[in-house]
Design a protein around this ligand. Structure first.
Ligand SMILES: *Cc1c(COP(=O)(O)O)cnc(C)c1O
Length: 496
């Protein structure tokens, strides 16, 4: 039973005073609150496998809570939890579901959620080392684990961000300050046709003219063509422009392609460009020793954006930027005020506010540290290895179908595919691109319709592809077997 909106109910004594104290929660209140929230969360996790893979389309935008007046009185916790778990949380892509194979799956690691709770309750101020040397040193230690895992030099520095978008922007501004100075109107940035749009966005925010973002071509496996990159940079130099930033992808969103990172690193260092790697999806796979080879060259970057909220299974909101030379960040972000203590720019102790645009920040390092500490790196390595194994299973099953075209075999745990429709293009459902695209969009809709899995699609050069990305911590053999059966059945239906 869904309770009526709070504003329509008569307040009961419990509405007015559910807890012993008001804002300043007593220890007893805290325990009661966490116990009841904990029960709901445990129930949520217990039934996650039975929940639909997505229910965003069932959201009722006219529900009273969508535009409820600011409540003046307290509401009973159980009513609020009923509303959240009954109506609000389900109206979404089920990004906590084992069937979530869409986009790049995130995580929702419960140990990281516990860390988030601890960080918020103790509420330490981690923008400045001096205000929380213990928490900041613990965070810095966890970020050094990332530096080490990514194979970057021990002198590199990491900062945790909200995600790869912010990591990329922070890196690009650092590169601009280092290489471009006040010549930003001539500054040029290099991406491939398959690079994530966040790099274009970062360029815009960093003041790089839109006309100065060069999109170079890709090879048959959707990897950046270094020869085209070299030509584009040479051309721009001749025209008096200032090339400064090239982005290589360690796993693109469309097809999972890994750019020739070693070759880009060679060229960038020869030519004085800042080499940034977008490892939002793929970088975490470097934990798996047998995959380090496909990511070779990544560790030579000037900056690497990785997303613990993808490949390390954390909840959304934790990205990481690793920068080879910490001085590059300080050049761009160091600033101080007379009301602040003196910054420490070297030696022990990091002032995070000198390395990113933020001053106040949450203690986000705890949600990286606690899971690594509690589960051990081995658990992450095993999970990543397993996601790749499962992706290869889907790939092998789908690639064996006679009329399926695969964009490129999965280098990590993601691949794009489509069903080719027989015909000459003149019979109404034949070989022309529009008909092929329509056919594959319908295939995607049919595969998603039972809500057991959620795939998404993409368009490359006007051609529509379905994508499958296995990266969710809860995706295991049973759901993959179900996904394969579903795909086979709908591919067969597409032939009739
Ligand atoms: C997810 C993703 C991004 C965007 O990262 P956010 O964390 O959403 O800002 C960029 N590049 C790639 C390859 C991604 O997978």
């Amino acid at each position: 039973m869904i309770p009526p909106p709070m504003s329509e109910r008569n307040p009961t004594p419990a509405d007015v005073r559910e807890f012993d104290s008001a804002l300043d929660t007593s220890p007893q209140d805290l325990e009661r609150l966490l116990e009841r929230v904990g029960r709901r969360l445990a129930a949520f996790v217990a039934e996650i496998g039975a929940q639909p893979a997505q229910a965003a389309d069932q959201h009722d935008s006219s529900a009273a809570w969508v535009r409820e007046a600011l409540p003046e009185r307290p509401a009973p916790l159980d009513d609020v939890l009923d509303l959240l778990f009954g109506q609000v949380v389900p109206a979404a892509f089920n990004t906590a579901s084992p069937g979530y194979l869409a986009y790049i799956p995130g995580g929702g690691l419960v140990s990281a959620a516990a860390a988030e709770l601890i960080a918020a309750v103790v509420n330490r101020y981690t923008g400045l080392w001096i205000s929380a040397p213990g928490p900041v040193d613990l965070e810095a230690n966890a970020v050094r684990w990332l530096v080490e895992l990514m194979g970057m030099p021990a002198s590199a520095l990491g900062v945790l961000t909200s995600g790869a978008s912010l990591s990329t922007l922070i890196a690009m501004v650092a590169a601009r300050e280092k290489i471009v100075g006040d010549g930003v109107s001539r500054a040029t940035v290099y991406v491939s046709r398959e690079t994530h749009h966040i790099v274009q966005k970062a360029a815009r925010v960093a003041g790089v003219p839109a006309a100065n973002v060069r999109t170079v071509g890709v090879d048959a496996s959707y990897r950046l063509r270094v020869d085209e990159l070299e030509d584009a940079v040479a051309d721009d130099r001749l025209r008096g422009l200032l090339p400064f930033f090239v982005c290589g992808s360690a796993g693109t969103v469309n097809t999972g392609a890994i750019d020739p990172l070693d070759d880009i690193a060679d060229f960038a260092s020869r030519d004085g460009l800042w080499f940034h790697v977008d490892g939002a999806y793929g970088a975490a796979f470097r934990l798996v020793p047998e995959l380090a080879g496909v990511l070779r060259g990544m560790e030579r970057c000037d900056s690497l954006a990785m997303d613990p909220h993808k490949g390390l299974f954390l909840a959304y909101g934790t990205g990481a930027l690793l920068v080879r030379d910490p001085a590059d960040l300080r050049r761009a972000y160091a600033a101080t005020g007379s009301y602040l203590p003196a910054m420490r720019d070297s030696g022990a102790g990091i002032d995070y506010c000198e390395h990113t645009p933020e001053l106040s920040r949450d203690w986000r390092g705890l949600r990286l540290w606690l899971p690594l500490k509690l589960h051990g790196a081995g658990a992450f390595r095993d999970a990543l290895r397993d996601k790749r194994r499962l992706a290869l299973e889907v790939y092998a099953a789908i690639a064996a179908e006679p009329d399926v075209e695969i964009a490129a075999p999965p280098e990590l745990s993601l691949f794009a595919f489509r069903q080719r429709v027989a015909g000459d293009g003149h019979d109404g459902h034949g070989g022309d691109t529009a008909a092929q695209n329509r056919h594959n969009r319908e295939l995607l809709a049919r595969v998603n319709a039972p809500r057991r899995i959620m795939l998404t699609g993409t368009e490359i050069d006007g051609v529509f592809w379905l994508r499958c990305c296995v990266l969710h911590l809860r995706t295991r053999d049973e759901r993959i077997a179900e996904a394969i059966a579903l795909l086979r059945a709908e591919l067969a239906a597409g032939r009739r």
